[in-house]
Write a protein that binds this ligand. Structure first.
Ligand code: PMM
Length: 303
């Protein structure tokens, strides 16, 4: 089976002949790596459209920081941040994903035109989430999550991180299917950096095949994360700031694409859009199949 055939398709979403690129728009004042920059509706919509022009296939809109120790925003504020941006991007024909742990935000985003619900808690933070997604018939990202992190990383203890993440994701996927979400609408994500240290993140990236063994399309979200800072710093050095981790992020995108990820979630799209196309071309050369005909969108002028 070629990587392409094994990459999987998500019912209810467009299909791509390569790893898809999910661009991130965080409508938050305090997000981990790009917070504060797109913190109003017009700027956030404009940024989402720029990401599409640069090669994003989907745009993930979030209104709540998932940074360790971040205080939760209340529901009204999250709705106020997210819904107009979802509506604005969907009206422009963008395939929008909503990054939320709240069923109400997911429901209203779907009503406003979102195509996919991305819940970093895998449905654990809000018991109404999975029933709401099931009722709407929407695709759902189940991320590996061990709970909110308020000080310390007490939940990040593993005897075998790959096995435990696979088993815990499997349990969440079963729960989602039992509650009525169609199996062909479920995407899995190892949740890099969530209750995981750099060695855990690297072990998961080294075993993407085991995650793909879950039998669902795989989303990899490494963008600007702490483990990349750790890798770039080396043994003694100080990690570069989040915004200086984009080349490293694109390297992970190439690795993820080569190992059959369905999509990668990134803040800086251009380099990753190139990386997934190169991975597709190499895959085509290896299998003798097509090398991927769709080039980058017309971002040339903007480069
Ligand atoms: N990470 C963040 C936010 N949303 N969604 C998924 N599916 N997987 C992730 O790993 C993930 C996510 C945190 O990163 P950010 O605040 O820099 O966007």
């Amino acid at each position: 089976m070629s990587i392409e055939r094994g990459r999987g398709r998500v019912a209810g979403l467009p299909t791509w002949d390569r790893c898809a690129v999910m661009g991130v728009v965080n409508v938050t004042p305090d997000s981990f790596s790009d917070g504060g920059h797109w913190f109003n509706t017009a700027a956030a919509v404009k940024h989402g459209l720029t990401l599409v022009a640069e090669g994003a296939d989907l745009v993930d809109v979030g209104g709540e920081s998932t940074r360790p120790g971040a205080t939760r925003v209340d529901e009204t504020e999250e709705l106020k941040r997210v819904i107009p941006v979802v509506r604005g991007l969907a009206a422009e024909g963008v395939t929008v994903s909503v990054d939320t742990m709240r069923a109400s935000v997911a429901e209203q985003s779907l009503a406003a035109g979102a195509a996919l619900v991305n819940d970093v808690s895998g449905g654990l933070a809000d018991p109404a989430m999975i029933p709401a997604v099931a009722a709407a018939g929407a695709p759902f990202v189940v991320m590996h999550w061990r709970g909110f992190l308020a000080g310390g990383n007490v939940r990040g203890v593993y005897a075998d991180v790959v096995r435990e993440v696979v088993d815990e994701l499997h349990a969440r996927v079963e729960a989602a299917i039992d509650a009525g979400i169609a199996a062909d609408r479920i995407v899995v994500d190892p949740g890099l950096g969530f209750s995981k240290d750099p060695a855990h993140d690297l072990a998961l990236l080294a075993h993407l095949d085991r995650l793909r063994g879950l039998g669902h399309p795989l989303l990899v979200a490494a963008s600007r994360k702490r483990f990349l800072g750790h890798v770039l710093a080396g043994a003694e050095g100080a990690p570069p700031p989040a915004r200086e981790r984009d080349a490293a992020t694109a390297a992970v995108s190439a690795i993820a694409a080569q190992h059959g990820a369905w999509a990668v979630r990134v803040h800086e799209v251009r380099a990753t859009a190139d990386a997934v196309r190169v991975a597709r071309a190499v895959e085509g050369a290896r299998t003798g199949g097509p090398s991927g005909t769709a080039g980058r969108p017309a971002a040339e002028g903007a480069r």
